[in-house]
Ligand binder design. Structure first.
Ligand SMILES: [Zn+2]
Length: 553
């Protein structure tokens, strides 16, 4: 068969044990048909073959982003990025400029805000936000998406200024004077603020496993445009497969529509996020979604749950007391009996399970649930996943392996990396836990398969930046074990590791004949990812399903 495309003059890192290195790859249709030396592959060219000189760059399997939130990410591309904003003056300038550029917005939204924006010991309040902008509703979302802060007019319009019961595990934080401080914790509170947006904020429904009530044709097209914008942004960073980590049927319907139109630049899997009350038959719904969406490009096959929140708002579940709150360790979001039942049902239905677990207590609860499922259903190759693992008790490392779990981790999440401040996170985590914080090395050494991701838009999306963060991570104190893994392991976590973590290893994550043609060409020396400073490597060509989805000018 004559190849449609030959990439040559490349350093091909195949991630394939049989042939780890090559210099040329041929693609026909949506498959890789040959991998080998320059001469042997270019000899396959016919008159219709497009020859691409890789210029000595590195060719990898397309990046596999194992945990992100595409819909919110696509929408965030038109919001104010707060990650680099520190101090009242900087916030005022940024918000005023953003407000002037968005005169029609019902709610001005910033994302990526650091908890310590106004100083290490200053909790963000609506009054501090009023100093930045008082005459229009302004809402700022924390870098971890688990907390938000509204200014006074936003709190007033959302009906939250006098406080409100927002359901379990969520909170409108109150001042002793009886009014709200402006801080909103977790989805039950945060969604009420986002409802102020005339666009309806449908991008966040999947975080709660909710479906929109009714959607007009125009709203549907606007949502498709947001998803496409997010995917094109992924393609520009060399990403070819996404595992979405919020999910509802609505998103799958939009994505399937995009596939029918031939406009999907990435493959995507969307799970069903089991709602917090687990009402009705959530596993049955996930099974239906899995049956109804099952192409090479758009699929389900997974349930997503949350066991805890984050350290910065005391919602991470710990095995010890919080240092500043004796007797308090956080609460499991899903009670153990319910969690064990849901895991057992989902496992019996052949679904994969992914659960957000940040604190060491959350990781333990999640493993208990997976263990209950394995006991009830018998062992199988389940690859249930623990998402994040910011902290783990060393006793639970061998359990991860024994239960056949996969660790899904984010190199851009450790405090001190990717521009994140150390405090308050490292103190709330507790010094005794630092040796087991984001410890990729210990997890990999325990024989646990690892996949990497960014949780975009919670952190910057670029896989190369994430790998640089992994390789350049600084210890929080002297004498801690080095948690880093090497460059090759990082590349694997973003390619073959991601594919394994989603049962895609027979089709994706390796460059070998017969595999689907998902590739990324990188320009620049990968060894420079060991250095701090500006990135020296970038994605110059992305191919998904045999089609070019990004080509740098
Ligand atoms: Zn997430």
């Amino acid at each position: 068969m004559q190849p449609d495309l030959i990439l040559h003059n490349a350093t091909v890192r195949t991630m394939d044990g049989d042939r780890p290195l090559a210099s040329a790859v041929a693609v026909a249709g949506n498959r890789i048909v040959a991998v080998g030396d320059e001469d042997e592959v270019t000899a396959l060219a016919g008159p219709q073959t497009r020859m691409i000189d890789a210029g000595g760059g590195t060719l990898l399997p397309g990046f596999y982003e194992s945990h992100l939130h595409l819909f919110a990410g696509g929408v965030s591309l038109s919001q104010l990025n707060g990650a680099a904003i520190f101090g009242a003056e900087a916030l005022r300038e940024a918000v005023q400029a953003f407000a002037a550029a968005n005169p029609e917005a019902d709610l001005l939204v910033a994302y990526g805000a650091n908890y310590t924006m106004f100083g290490d010991d200053v909790r963000i309040s609506r009054q501090l936000l009023d100093d930045a902008i008082a005459d229009r509703p302004f809402y700022m979302i924390a870098c971890d998406f688990h907390t938000g802060w509204g200014n006074s007019v936003a709190m007033e319009r959302a009906g939250l200024l006098q406080g409100r019961d927002v359901g379990p595990s969520s909170e409108v934080v109150m001042d002793p004077d009886g009014t709200a401080t402006g801080e909103l914790r977790e989805g039950g509170a945060m969604s009420l603020m986002l409802a102020l947006k005339s666009t309806g904020s449908r991008e966040n429904l999947g975080m709660a496993g909710a479906e929109p009530d009714s959607v007009t044709e125009a709203e549907r097209e606007a949502d498709i445009a947001s998803l496409l914008e997010g995917m094109e942004y992924c393609a520009r960073h060399g990403i070819t497969k996404l595992i979405n980590m919020d999910g509802n049927r609505y998103q799958l319907e939009l994505l399937a529509e995009m596939e029918r139109r031939g406009t999907l630049p990435c493959r995507i899997e969307v799970p069903y996020r089991i709602p917090i009350d687990a009402a009705g038959d959530p596993v049955g719904k996930a099974v239906e979604m899995t049956r109804d969406f099952a192409t090479d490009k758009v699929s389900c096959g997974r349930v997503k749950m949350f066991m805890d929140g984050v350290f910065d708002s005391w919602t991470a579940l710990k095995l010890e007391d919080y240092p500043d709150r004796p007797g308090f360790r956080g609460e499991p979001i899903v009670p153990p009996e319910l969690f064990a039942r849901l895991c057992t049902e989902a496992d019996a239905a052949g679904l994969q399970i992914s659960v957000h677990a940040v604190g060491n207590g959350a990781v333990r609860h999640v493993l208990d649930g997976y263990e209950a499922a394995a006991r009830a259903n018998g062992p199988r190759d389940s690859r249930h996943r623990v998402e994040h693992i910011d902290n783990i008790h060393p006793d639970d490392l061998p359990r991860l392996k024994a239960l056949g779990c996969v660790a899904s981790m984010q190199p851009v999440h450790p405090p001190g990396s990717a521009g994140l401040p150390l405090e308050p996170t490292v103190t709330l985590m507790g010094r005794e836990n630092w040796p087991w914080a984001f410890n990729w090395r210990a997890i990999a050494d325990a024989g646990v398969p690892l996949c990497f991701a960014t949780d975009w838009p919670i952190s910057p999306l670029d896989p190369l930046y994430a790998i640089q963060c992994a390789l350049t991570r600084k210890p929080w104190a002297d004498g801690l074990p080095d948690p880093r893994i090497g460059l090759d392991e990082c590349l694997a976590a973003y390619t073959s590791g991601g594919a394994f973590a989603a049962f895609d290893e027979d089709r994706l994550g390796r460059i070998a004949p017969g595999m689907l043609a998902d590739l990324v060409l990188l320009a620049g020396d990968l060894e420079t990812l060991h250095d701090d400073g500006a990135l020296q490597v970038r994605a110059v060509l992305t191919i998904c399903d045999g089609q070019i989805t990004h080509e740098a000018a």
